[in-house]
Design a protein around this ligand. Structure first.
Ligand SMILES: Cc1ncc(C[n+]2csc(CCOP(=O)(O)OP(=O)(O)O)c2C)c(N)n1
Length: 539
């Protein structure tokens, strides 16, 4: 008779989930004891880093990643990461240890009281099985929930005395044999109607969202834009966790602004807004205005029923995004509309000391490797990076779609573990770097060859920029707020202490050389820090 532990590891093997990302405590040791040799355990030193690494790994591999946490305090530390993973639609199985069953009711030390509430509302499923024998079934259910659209984290709390209990052999065997297919085709009639609407539209526009990349729909999105001569915008940067359309393509126009009024103004003159693989829309600052340009209709294609339901305007078609694009492409005829306008090249940068964020991004563009992947958490240089790199291959960009910091360093480690053949460059603000800083130790210890580029501007630049916007109820600004300066924060020195070879450079040509060297290094991570001038960098 096999134990719950053996049945669980069989289940994880069947799902090819043989890597566990974790930070262990006493309540997890019974699960981890006699750890099978065909499994690997990736240790991170704090739970936000654990979840971030698994988030990057899950997104870049397209598979469910397993996160193992330490009862209540571990889950508590992980919640910010779960918030990010849910927004990123990263499929995660999240497990946490729990006190032994005989000691839960009187709340012995480290009992995870109301364990299923702890990760809410950032998980799709949260469960503590009523019997030890139900652990494999609960884990299978969580894996299925995580991988069905919209993908995201699912949680199971497991009492530590369950692992050595006898498994229910029949249940375990049946659970192991199950397979689910979750990519649902959209309604063909709705797509046929959309094809007709598109044919009759005078000036349609395509807005490309992150799920085009996640679904593998990139080439059909390009073919559709070319066949229909559609100008293409990327969904606003705050919610664009991935890039869904090549940003050097002749039809590509830029990244939409993340505010209601500015967005509809940018799309003025279009009579049909086709949004694919994005929410409508990931706005952040509330700068009011009409939701849609005058006279425009909007149609959204999404695999996420919640995203369809909450859109404030337009129609929605729910179904797999790649499938929808392929079907729509087959239904439309080549258009004779005028070709979309071409987008100007980024302006030349001016030499200054310290460098501007734009000059730092121009240096990064000069050193950019073929097949490079950018993981980005540098708020005031986000748009400059998008504009200078013009990333144009699938799976080349990861950004936390939630706005929660602590994603960058960790996710870069996970992306690199999932994509060992492609160079990963993680661009960080020195403030953002602090939330997941311990993931540098994981990068160094597991020799994960990420290049970290830290932009050191000695402030929370984006918050200073926000403070100048009319964010208040009456449109007032939030000037005079404390806590927006970061003097003396030397990430290169901290990184050295975690075992990451690091240097600081000042000139643009030094930066290009330092980045090239760092990217070429295969034996582990490197960090390059560059002082940059304060402010926001858009171009
Ligand atoms: C977990 C979390 N805490 C706080 C914030 C608020 N926040 C947003 S941007 C930002 C500043 C980041 O500073 P830095 O990385 O130096 O980038 P810069 O704005 O200077 O480009 C902060 C603190 C957040 N988004 N997430």
């Amino acid at each position: 008779m096999s134990s719950v532990r053996e049945a669980t590891f069989e289940l994880l093997r069947a799902h090819r989930m043989t890597t566990i990302f974790g930070n262990p405590g006493s309540t997890e040791l019974p699960m981890l004891k006699d750890f099978p040799t065909d499994f690997s355990y990736v240790l991170a030193l704090q739970e936000l880093a654990v979840v971030g690494i698994a988030d990057g790994y899950a997104q870049a591999s397209g598979t469910v990643a397993h996160v193992n946490l330490h009862t209540a305090p571990g889950v508590g530390n992980a919640v910010g990461g779960l918030f990010n993973a849910q927004a990123n639609k990263a499929p995660l199985l999240v497990t946490a240890g729990q006190q032994v069953r005989p000691q839960i009711t009187f709340e012995a030390n480290l009992t995870n009281r109301d364990a299923t509430l702890a990760p809410q509302p950032y998980v799709k499923y949260s469960h503590e099985p009523p019997r030890a024998q139900d652990v494999p079934l609960a884990l299978a259910r969580a894996i299925h929930h995580a991988s069905l659209p919209p993908r995201g984290p699912a949680f199971v709390s497991i009492p530590m005395d369950d692992w050595d209990a006898d498994a229910d052999a029949d249940l375990a065997r049946n659970v192991l044999a199950r397979g689910l297919v979750g990519r649902a085709a959209p309604d063909p009639h709705a797509l046929a109607r959309l094809a007709r609407t598109l044919a009759h539209a005078r000036r349609p526009v395509l807005v490309a969202g992150p799920d085009i990349d996640a679904a593998g729909g990139w080439s059909d999105a390009v073919a559709l834009a070319e066949k229909q001569r559609l100008p293409v915008w990327a969904t606003p940067a705050p919610g664009g966790g991935r890039i869904g359309f090549p940003e050097d393509h002749a039809n590509f126009q830029g990244v939409l602004p993340p505010a209601i009024g500015a967005l509809s103004q940018t799309l003025a003159g279009h009579d049909l807004v086709l949004v694919v693989g994005s929410s409508v829309f990931p706005y952040y600052p509330y700068l009011p205005g009409p939701l849609l340009p005058d006279g425009a209709a909007l149609v959204q294609i999404t695999s996420d029923p919640g995203e369809a339901a909450r859109a404030p305007a337009g129609e929605a078609i729910v179904g797999d995004v790649a499938h929808a694009l392929a079907q729509l492409l087959a239904l439309v005829e080549p258009s004779t509309r005028e070709a979309p306008p071409s987008r100007p090249a980024p302006p030349a940068v001016e030499e200054s000391q310290p460098l501007s964020g734009s000059a730092a991004m121009a240096a990064l563009a000069a050193a950019w490797p073929r097949e490079g992947i950018a993981v980005l958490e540098a708020p005031s240089s986000t748009l400059a990076l998008r504009n200078r790199l013009r990333l144009s291959a699938p799976g080349s960009y990861y950004f936390s779609a939630s706005g929660g910091l602590g994603f960058g360093i960790a996710a870069a480690v996970g992306v690199q573990l999932a994509q060992p053949q492609r160079p990963v460059v993680c661009v960080l603000g020195e403030g953002s770097a602090q939330y997941g800083i311990t993931a540098l130790w994981t990068a160094a210890t597991y020799r994960v060859p990420v290049t970290f580029l830290v932009l050191r501007n000695e402030e929370y630049a984006i918050l200073k920029w926000f403070s100048e916007l009319p964010l208040g109820a009456g449109g007032e600004r939030a000037t005079g707020a404390p806590g927006l300066d970061l003097p003396g924060l030397d990430v290169a020195a901290v990184a050295r202490a975690y075992g990451v070879p690091s240097r600081e450079v000042h000139q643009a040509d030094e930066l290009v050389d330092a980045l090239r060297d760092a990217i070429a290094a295969q034996d582990g991570p490197r960090l390059v820090q560059v002082p940059v001038a304060p402010g926001m960098w858009v171009e």
